[in-house]
Design a protein around this ligand. Structure first.
Ligand code: ZN
Length: 183
């Protein structure tokens, strides 16, 4: 992976901390975050394997209808979601006695298909091109705060800055969001 000329400012995809990435593809701020993210992924994969195993057991059991409680456990969805499937006719159902409602699990399988595998959170990139930035002077004017305060906020909220010549630039989007929040 080619290293970029200057380090790339971004937020860690795991802990959200601001850091400078060594390469374009660096998404975690530390080895620890990278390991934690990996462990989380492994955990989710295990859960998915467990779910697929349950579905496989159902297939082999030859059972066509299951209780709502089982459907919730197998498809890892809410009771109300299963009920909505029944009411809207997406899943066929049958009643046993007055209270017990059974649902055809193959319909649910088709509807919920495979649970989407979590997409890796993308580390946020900052645009520090001057036209996407305010200078510190512009910030003090536009938001009516002193220069000292602006620098305090920039440090406290880990907003990246870039100096070109005698001007210091901070990304417009971050500054707008910050002062919207602080108002
Ligand atoms: Zn991190």
């Amino acid at each position: 992976m080619a290293a970029t000329k200057y380090k790339t400012p971004r937020y860690c995809a795991y802990c959200g901390r601001f850091f400078y990435g060594k390469t374009i593809s660096t998404v975690y701020c530390s080895k620890e975050c990278s390991r934690n993210a990996y462990n989380e992924k492994v955990k989710l994969e295990k859960l998915e394997i467990r779910r697929l195993k349950r579905i496989d057991e159902l297939k082999r059991s030859g059972q066509e209808f299951i209780s709502i409680t089982n459907a919730v456990a197998i498809f890892e969805v809410s009771r109300s979601s299963v009920r909505r499937c029944v009411i809207s006719g997406k899943a066929s159902s049958m009643r046993i006695g007055k209270k017990k409602l059974l649902v055809r699990w193959k319909d649910l399988e088709a509807y919920y298909s495979v649970r989407p595998v979590p997409i890796e959170k993308k580390a946020k990139l900052f645009n520090l091109e001057p036209d996407k930035c305010y200078t510190i002077g512009e910030i003090t004017e536009q938001f009516g705060v002193s220069q000292k305060t602006v620098y305090c906020h920039i440090r406290a909220y880990a907003i990246p800055i870039r100096q070109i010549g005698k001007y210091v630039y901070a990304p417009k989007e971050e500054i707008d969001n910050l002062y919207k929040k602080l108002k």
